[in-house]
Design a protein around this ligand. Sequence first.
Ligand SMILES: [Zn+2]
Length: 191
Amino acid sequence: MNHLIRNTCIVVLALLFQQCTYSQASLSPNQLKSSNMDTTKKDNPAYSRKDSAPVNLTDEQWKKILPADVYAIARQKGTERPWTSPYETSKEVGTYYCAVCGNALFKSDTKFESGCGWPSFYEPVSKGSIIYKADNSLGMERTEVECGRCKSHLGHVFNDGPPPTGLRYCINGVILDFEKAKDAEKKYNAF
Ligand SMILES: [Zn+2]
């Protein structure tokens, strides 16, 4: 009799556990853990440096996948404090990717020191890498720039940049992932 009760308990517990598992979102719990800003993004299923297909996740899904600081800027159009990004003054040679989805955004040779407090570039990697939107918030007429793949807020573009474009892409460093050209070359040669 004791055996029967114990076995029944085990079955009930197993069923409860299964139910809990099923009630999770379609992403596995491992994928929902907060990411730690590395370049592989094992915890972020939307992140890929190879896949260029548009990414469309719900706000709830983004909130679970992204670190809090990235979510606040990328999905809630926040702005990081000026002079807080190490990328603002960095002169390293390489590529800047969207920290949310891995889309290539800017090359280091289009980066310049604008003195505005945020990483600044005069030209994106390609036309499709950025989306432009009119932004009339805060009583200003500005042009917002979003990632061309995942539509995350990146920053704004202004008309006071250097030649050859005359544009200044003022970008939040938090939503940038940088890979040194030398590291990329090493990975390429390792294949
Ligand atoms: Zn993106």
